[in-house]
Each structure stands twice: as C-alpha cells, then as structure tokens.
Design a protein around this ligand. Structure first.
Ligand code: 13P
Ligand code: ZN
Ligand code: NA
Length: 283
C-alpha cells in the first residue's frame, strides 16, 4: 500500500534502524527497488527530485508508484526529495505524494524557517509529513552547485530551534556527507549528529549516503538517522550493467532484454543498502 513516511520513520526511530529512500528515475528502477523491499519484507521510500519529476512527468510518477504500492506486500511512500518551492510542494500534494522535503538550506535561517513553516502548515493539513534541511550538505543533488569544502555543518542548538519553530517531522542535518561520490573518505561528525539527535528528538535523515563506507552508515543510524538517502549508488550500477550489456551485445535492440541486467544490478544494490540500514535494529 501507498502510505505516508510518518509511521515507518517513527518505527525506525524508536527501534534504531533506518528506512532507505531510493532515488527513482524510471520504471525499471522502481520495479527493482520494489522487488528488493518485498524480498526483505521492509518498508521503502520512492524519492524524486523536482528534476526527476520534470523528466518523468508528475502524473506518470504518481501513477507508477500507486500501481507498485497497491500490489506490494510492504508499505511504500512517495517522497518529494529536495523540494525547491511552494509551487512544487503543492503540485506534489495534489498529485498524491505522501511525503515531502522542502529544501530551504540555501536561505538565511529566518527565511528557511518561514518557508518550511508554511509548507508544514499546508502538508499537515492533508496528513503529509515534512522533511527539511538545515546547514549545507555537500555536493549537488543535481550536478555541481555546492563544493564539498563549502558545506556548513548544522549547529545543534540552531537545529533545536529550527525544529521547534517549524514543526517538521524529520530533519536533514549537515554532518559531513555529500551528494554523489567522494574524492577521499568522507569525514563524518558523529558527535555532532548525536548532539543534534538528542536535542531535536525526531527522526534524522542522512543525505549523500552513497559512497559512505558501511561502517559510517551504521554509526550514523546508531546516532539517530532513521532515513538513509541513496541515489548515486543506484545510478552507477544501472549505468554500468547497461553499458556492459550493450557493449557485449552490440546488435541487441530489445529493451525487454537489455534492461534486465541493469534492473537486477539495481535490485542487488538496493538489497545491500536495505540490509545495512536495518542492521542496528533492536539494539
Ligand atoms: P547520494 O547520491 O550520495 O546517494 O545522495 C542521495 C541524496 O541525498 C538524495 O537526496
Ligand atoms: Zn539529498
Ligand atoms: Na554521497
């Protein structure tokens, strides 16, 4: 069934594991992620950025997600990732999204608070939970905008004020992760993450989780992360498997064949991340 992300993330928060939010770019990836979640009997979140919505089409995305969720044996939420404006938020709500992120992290603090507050009022009126970001997460969710070095870590006291004033359901803090692949090993500030978690007492979201070593994801979950966002580590296996297949079969023109290995590679990658995010459960 298609559900909101509220209950699934609160269960994850209470039991110290995380649900994975996977970036969904097309039908093949959606099916692969759904199969992965069903085989592991775990809830899952489909995530789309505004740019993906532009690419796929809003109604196509919602329709596909509804069909996938209706027949799935696990709860699925459809989430707007890095929502860029009130317009996008309202369009997604109206179309049937069950979870939202509004990203005002580039704005001055007071403007971020004001924007997020408005989104929370509207989304909560129709029972949809809201995630927001404070601080600056490195890399670019969509191609080069923020330098890793520029990333500003989230201040725990400010995080507490931000959550109290906005009424958000989930907080995405900046603690050293970046979107995309890392140049070296990422330096994550677990003490800061834990301090933020203690102060805000709501589920935290880890952005930029692709490229973080397993141990880093595990520790982040132990420090209060209840949603782990994965995009790049699905994009890469999809592209690699597809490229390999087409190079090995230069005359193959049937998408029902050449997408199969890519789909399988995404499914296996998704299963590995789901298992990793679940690992701390019950501790
Ligand atoms: P990665 O591309 O590093 O997995 O980041 C995903 C993300 O944070 C999506 O919001
Ligand atoms: Zn992100
Ligand atoms: Na990353």
């Amino acid at each position: 069934p298609l559900v909101t992300s509220k209950a699934m993330l609160e269960d994850a928060y209470r039991h110290h594991y995380a649900v994975v939010g996977f970036a969904i770019h097309n039908l093949e990836v959606m099916k692969a992620v759904t199969e992965a979640a069903e085989e592991l009997e775990t809830p899952v979140i489909f995530q789309t950025t505004p740019r993906t919505i532009h690419y796929v089409g809003l109604d196509y995305m919602v329709s596909m997600a509804k069909v996938a969720a209706q027949s799935a044996k696990v709860p699925i939420a459809l989430h707007l990732d890095h929502g860029d404006s009130m317009e996008t938020v309202v369009r997604c709500l109206r179309a049937g999204y069950t979870s939202l992120m509004i990203d005002g992290s580039h704005l001055p603090f007071e403007e971020n608070v004001a924007l997020v507050k408005r989104v929370v009022e509207i989304a909560h009126a129709v029972g949809v939970p809201v995630e927001a970001e404070l601080g600056t997460i490195g890399g670019a969710e969509e191609e080069g905008s923020i330098d890793e070095a520029e990333a500003a870590y989230t201040d725990p006291a400010l995080a507490e004020e931000f959550v109290a004033r906005t009424g958000i359901d989930f907080l995405a803090p900046a603690f050293g992760t970046a979107h995309g692949v890392y140049k070296g090993e990422p330096q994550l500030d677990f003490a800061r993450l834990q301090a933020i978690s203690r102060r805000v007492a709501i589920p935290l979201v880890m952005h930029g989780a692709s490229g973080v070593p397993d141990e880093g994801v595990r520790r982040s979950v132990q420090c209060g992360v209840s949603k782990v966002n994965i995009s790049t580590e699905l994009k890469l296996p999809f592209a690699e498997a597809l490229r390999d297949y087409l190079l090995a079969h230069p005359n193959e023109a049937d998408p029902r064949r050449y997408f199969l290995t890519a789909r399988e590679a995404v499914k296996q990658a998704a299963k590995r991340k789901i298992l990793l995010a679940q690992q701390s459960k019950g501790e």
